[in-house]
Design a protein around this ligand. Structure first.
Ligand code: ADP
Ligand code: ZN
Ligand code: ZN
Length: 818
């Protein structure tokens, strides 16, 4: 009898691939193990075993696998089921899920890798345009594959460019099969053997009196050593002694110190964190806890709806504690892990080493470690805090999932596929594990609250802030009025200006929110009306004053700010609109004594960017923090007396059916940063439309009213939650081809679904990175089957792909969250 294995390849293929295996291999292999397989002419991929069987494929002759890579599964059966659901529901392939679910170190493959040549300083001026694109891409990425390079320069064949770059010594090429994972070695020091006796030591210190820096290092080593036998890290010694690396190095050279290495986990519990006991819940929290427990007993997904600063986190902590006592694993999901330093510290204070963090900014090695700890059910990964990708960890015994800030749109993955929503995928994961799941928010999403209303989800509520601190006092300021009365100072109304002054006077801090980064989103010539556009995208370039640059926020294209109008030559370029940079700049003149800082994508790149700013603000080294929506996410500051919203209108008029819901959530969340402890905080919202219903609902904390109104509107226009939607985005660099292809597809869809098909239409930004975009939206009424709908779409897409001239048109599917 012949034996075969069906494998998942980490590529967007709709089908599983079949390879032949020997009898011995068939007995050994289990689903979830990795095998190296040949694919195409010369490629080798890491594939994952899906199932083992005896049926030869009908369409092709099965090749043999190259080798088995694991001696036990790295992915368990529950994960595979979860992946299948994700692939099916979000119209992605299993291969795409596989690829994004496991750390890339698990996907060894033989492909050419392009690396930057660090050993050689390239003069950028000697590079041609396409060479520069590749070179620049390598500044941000450690390596690129050949096909990625081809995409960057938008050419089929990247080899000529790469050859030229090679000649210029700008890049290196690396071709090998490799295991990327390497354990981390930490450098330690101890006193050299010779100096272990006290006499020798005394002599040494005498000798060193003439080298105070070296002597300081040796003394610090003693101090660190005092009373404990723990190994001493070079880093710690450096910090403690204030001595430089060079000083330590010279001591090692003289053999006064001896260095050695220990292999450690990269993701380590920070030993500086104190252990504190879990807080006793107040009566409102207790009530919520009981309601949650009751719903959990009924097996219900439950929403904890608690106003900002009501102590939701403490309720989660109690639930986690309970889960740990039963010996099960707990998963704490957050929308954006980068913003969670505060929370991580809080959980470590309670649970110590049991907390692991799965961080998108952690490197491959660090992620592999958490993965392995979870797979082995190690104590140190009993609680995992993570962003959406943490869903894919190899949990075998989950007892609880907390989805904090469940309304956050960053739970949706937009690129690449699978384009899943982590909250919804978490609910499915919870069902597979038969475990409890709690969704938490001060401003629940319409979908979730709807599910509560219909009785599908359980509900618990905390309607008071902890310590009975009042919700902030909110005030709307009419920018039209203020402008007319000439009371504006830059972008600050008199009200806001005065309040900032008073708040600073009282020794309290201020948060200012402006949902745009850069200095000004548009530069315009006041003579001819010309406004510089991105050559690759259909958007205006944003002015960044700090670098005197115009930048595209979609593709990164940037140019120096022209001195005069590129169209008419007049020196009348002016800015329109404003971003965080401009607010920060105005503060310098309006409040010269205050220390203002900016928190947005431009200031927080890199692993510790956020942390530094958040820490400095916590330590009150910053008086005024200006930021984009990064500011909204669950930060808990003690001393914020005032929150100012510079301009609420840009949020309200965003062309998206969720714009009003989002504005309500965003504004309520930012406002919630004010006055979290002790004193009531103040919030000032500036707007040209202060009578907008959403702004009124925000200032009066009328969640219910907002919900009812939005639900009604969604009903009217056949949007979720009562209906479902799928969006198809067509992408191509040829404008005509894109139009033709999307029309063809829309027509085919209309033949099946009739009225429910909208478009094709251009999105607000109709071209990004030289690719034109067009959307078709399919609205699916409640009674129409979702899976049948998707099958019809797939059938149409198969016919579409069979048409030669459409083959190069890409289609992207987004389900539910578009
Ligand atoms: P939320 O998550 O609802 O915004 P937090 O959990 O951050 O609220 O709580 C707000 C503040 O109140 C925090 O500083 C927290 O330490 C404090 N707090 C909440 N519950 C308790 C409690 N039961 N005992 C003591 N302090 C609490
Ligand atoms: Zn002009
Ligand atoms: Zn662009």
């Amino acid at each position: 009898m012949q034996h075969f294995v069906n494998v998942i390849l980490p590529i967007p293929l709709a089908k599983l691939f079949t390879y032949s295996i020997s009898e011995a291999e068939a007995t050994f292999l289990k689903p979830g193990m990795r095998v190296a397989v040949p694919f195409g002419k010369s490629k080798i991929y890491t594939a994952l075993v899906n199932d083992i069987h005896n049926n030869a494929p009908a369409a092709y002759k099965a090749k043999e696998i190259h080798q088995i890579l694991d001696d036990r599964p790295i992915v368990n059966e529950i994960q595979l089921q979860h992946w299948r659901w994700i692939a099916d529901y979000y119209m992605a392939t299993l291969g795409e899920v596989f690829k994004s679910a496991v750390p890339s170190a698990f996907l060894l493959e033989s492909e050419t890798l392009i690396l930057k040549n660090h050993a050689y300083d390239v003069d950028e001026n000697t590079l041609q345009d396409d060479e520069f694109l590749v070179f620049e891409a390598l500044q941000h990425q450690t390596s690129l594959k050949v096909h990625e390079v081809a995409a960057i320069i938008d050419k089929k064949n990247a080899l000529p460019v790469l050859n030229r770059l090679l000649e210029k010594n700008a890049i290196l090429i690396k071709e090998e099969i490799f295991e990327q994972y390497r354990p981390k070695l930490v450098r330690y020091v101890k006193l050299g053997k010779e100096y272990l006796s006290e006499d020798r030591l005394a002599l040494l210190l005498q000798d060193l009196t003439r080298a105070p820096k070296q002597s300081q290092v040796v003394l610090s080593l003693f101090q660190l050593q005092a009373g404990n036998l723990k190994p001493i890290k070079v880093d710690d010694l450096e910090k403690m002694s204030g001595g430089s690396k060079a000083v330590i190095k010279s001591l090692i050279k003289k053999e006064i110190l001896e260095e050695y290495f220990i292999q450690t986990d990269r993701v380590n519990y920070d030993e500086g964190v104190e252990n504190i006991s879990i807080k006793a819940l107040n009566e409102y929290q207790k009530k919520a806890f009981e309601d949650i427990s009751e719903n959990f007993e009924k097996g219900k997904v439950t929403l904890l709806h608690g106003v900002t600063s009501s102590g939701k986190t403490e309720v989660y902590v109690k639930l986690i504690e309970q889960c740990l006592r039963s010996g099960k694993q707990a998963l704490y999901l957050l929308p954006e892990i980068a913003l969670t330093t505060q929370l991580i510290v809080r959980l470590q204070e309670y649970f110590g080493e049991k907390v692991s963090v799965y961080h998108s900014k952690y490197n491959v090695q660090e992620r592999v470690e958490v993965w392995k700890n979870v797979a082995l059910k190690k104590d140190k990964a009993q609680i995992v805090i993570g962003a959406r990708s943490a869903l894919f960890l190899p949990f075998s015994d989950l007892g609880l999932i907390v989805v904090d800030e469940e309304h956050e749109s960053s739970y949706k993955q937009f690129d690449p596929a699978p384009r899943y929503h982590a909250r919804d995928a978490a609910i499915v994961l919870a069902t597979l594990h038969k475990c409890n799941i709690l969704l938490g928010s001060a401003t629940p999403s319409i979908e979730t609250y709807f599910n509560v209303q219909t009785g599908k989800y359980g509900y618990a509520e905390i309607s008071r802030r902890y310590g009975d601190v009042l919700l902030p006092d909110m005030e709307l300021v009419d920018l039209k009025e203020e402008t007319r009365k000439r009371k504006m100072k830059g972008h600050f109304s008199e009200r806001l200006f005065n309040e900032i002054g008073e708040t600073l006077e009282a020794g309290e801090q201020v948060i200012l929110f402006q949902n745009r980064r850069g200095f000004a989103p548009v530069v315009e010539c006041t003579t001819c009306g010309h406004s510089p556009q991105c050559p690759n995208c259909d958007v205006s370039l944003t002015y960044h004053e700090y670098k005197k640059q115009l930048r595209c926020h979609y593709c990164g294209h940037h140019i120096a700010l022209p001195e005069s109008c590129p169209a008419c030559g007049s020196q009348t370029l002016d800015t329109k609109g404003f971003g965080t940079e401009q607010v920060e700049k105005e503060l310098e003149t309006l409040f010269p004594k205050a220390k203002a800082w900016r928190m947005d994508l431009d200031t927080t790149r890199g692993k510790f960017g956020y942390e530094k700013i958040i820490n400095a603000f916590e330590q009150q080294e910053i008086d005024i923090l200006v930021g984009t929506q990064m500011l909204t996410k669950g930060l808990d500051f003690r001393n914020v007396g005032l929150v100012g919203i510079m301009n609420a209108d840009t949020l309200l008029y965003f062309p998206d059916y969720r714009a009003h819901e989002r504005s309500f959530q965003l504004l309520t969340q930012v406002a919630g940063r004010a006055g979290r402890t002790k004193k009531r905080g103040k919030v000032i919202i500036q707007s040209y439309n202060p009578y907008h219903q959403i702004l009124k609902q925000v200032t009066t904390s009328s969640y219910e009213e907002m919900f009812k109104e939005q639900l009604y509107e969604r009903e009217q226009f056949k949007y979720p939650p009562n209906n479902r939607i799928i969006k198809l985005t067509f992408k191509h660099k040829d404008y005509n081809k894109l139009n033709e292809a999307s029309e063809w597809f829309a027509q085919a869809l209309r033949n099946v679904f009739g009225q429910g098909v909208l478009g094709p239409e251009y999105p607000p930004v109709a071209r990004i990175r030289n690719q034109y975009l067009k959307n078709i939206i399919i609205k699916i009424p409640k009674k129409q089957s979702m899976s049948k709908t998707k099958n019809s779409i797939k059938r149409i897409s198969n016919s579409f792909n069979a048409i030669a001239q459409f083959q190069s048109v890409r289609i992207i599917y987004n389900v539910d969250h578009i």
